[in-house]
Write a protein that binds this ligand. Sequence first.
Ligand code: BTN
Length: 287
Amino acid sequence: MSRAPGALRSWEGRPVEEWARRWGVPGVEAYDELPSTNDRLRALAMAGAPHFTVVTADSQTAGKGRGGKRWASPAGKGLWMSFLVRGDPHVPPTLVPILVGLAAIRTLERVCPSLRPGIKWPNDIEVEGKKMGGILCEGTGAGTVVVGVGLNLSQGIEDFDPGFKERAVSMEMAGCRDVSRARVAGELLSAARSLVNPPPALLDELLRQEVLDHDTLFGRTVRTEVGVVGTARGIAADGALLVEVDGRVEEIRAGGVMAVESGQSARVESRQHRKEGEGHMNRRGGA
Ligand code: BTN
């Protein structure tokens, strides 16, 4: 297959074909710089690229976040990667983002066991209330989803945009040492393959429990983008956020959500305490 203009022959010291083999994916495109890996993958998807085609870039000049926000993607400081999910068109659109969020959580826990990452619905990855990563899923029709994952690996506080400094964190800032971008990418794709290959129609009880165990909003007062204010009560089997308002539970499927008061969910806290009690083996950190 011919290489696209600007696509690199090798990434992190090895040929891209070797990464594709190691990761069990049909193809990897790597770039020094792209406007957005999601946009490049969307073009590939339109041209018929197969399920789990991967695009990654060292930096993005027009990285996209949810809700039309910009996603800062400085060179070499994070994992900026997109992969393609071709699933059943009937899979609820709320499900893939949650499952990829779970894949990111599993990745962080494996690469840096001292971390206690959580998911803030729909798909922020948080550590101690600060954002370590985000996921942007863009449907391209007929069950095809471009999944973009941004994970902050080695930024220092000075690398974040003013206004975001208070709310952002990288793995290195959170105490993970010698984080390898290739390892994070490999773990992420392997976790994603086990969760969305293909995406299930609904979360089974085990997965739903795993999501709930990492739900940073549970029990907190939240305000949704559509103006619902209530208490977060977990995630439904189709990935919707459950919010209790005046004794009635509403299912939120669109937009973002804000916690009205600070702190984190009792659920994530109790999981933290449980893990801390598991002994120092788990607390050393480092990648
Ligand atoms: C968010 O939290 O708002 C989602 C951020 C998603 C960022 C990633 S980086 C790789 C991919 N390419 C993009 O342009 N955005 C996603």
